[in-house]
Design a protein around this ligand. Sequence first.
Ligand code: ZN
Length: 296
Amino acid sequence: MGAKHVGRNGRTFKLHAPVPCYDVPASTLAAVPDSLLTSFNLLPLSARETLRKITIPARDGRAWHVPAGAFCRLEVSHGPQVADVNIWNTHNPRERLYTSKTRLIHSSHLSVGDSLWSGMPYLRPLATIVSDSVQYGIDEDNAGVHDVIGSRCDPYTNAAMTGANANHCCHSNLVRAVLPFGLTEHDVHDVFNVFMCTGFMRSTGQYFAKPSPVVKGDYLEFFAHMDLLVATSTCPQGDVSIPCGSDRAPTCYPLGATVFRLPGLDLKHYTPPKVSSYQGVHGLASAVEQPDADSS
Ligand SMILES: [Zn+2]
């Protein structure tokens, strides 16, 4: 008699073991060669050539460019604070971060070696995480840090829940941040939740958050595979230790960002990712070429 699962209405199902859907060797999808990562880790901080430093004020958003081949560091500069991050190809904002495919390819929570993938029809790494001081792993509640499972706090859901207008939600912070770059609200997309500790309740499947475990000095760094526009919101929920809708005010902090190059980086075995090699046209070409194939 095998294991059973009892559904909500009392129906019983055979309980199968879970099987990862995208179970391929990490090397198949690795966007940066080991030699690049090794070189990155060996080079001292003094080898970094800073291109830009950004402060994202508390409860606000900022956007900035990261050139291809450069790095971006997001840093907990003042105190525990989560960040909601959007990423676009600078030259084609239709190519932007696709969190749902990113989590299928890698995991619900990202760390070193995981890439941030663009959507179809491009489907290639926009950036790859090269350093993560947190490396929280997955805890006993199935929670992790740096997720690609949540969305972003926004004024529309807030209005539906509370009836109030909230103009400094992450969604609105990102909208204001990208306007100077010629983008609009319609370009803002589901986020990479950096420094946030999240998961799904085992009993109900509800999305949950725990207080962010990060401390001042924690950071996450990623490598840009192409010229990128990066936008980041400092979430008005701070470290997310207070549930949405509570009348207690969260403590919020600014975050720091640094764009830097590493002139001594070993790029010998590195090739920038190309757009997807898929050459078909969704079956449309064969239908045009063989109109009578099914009628003879
Ligand atoms: Zn938020």
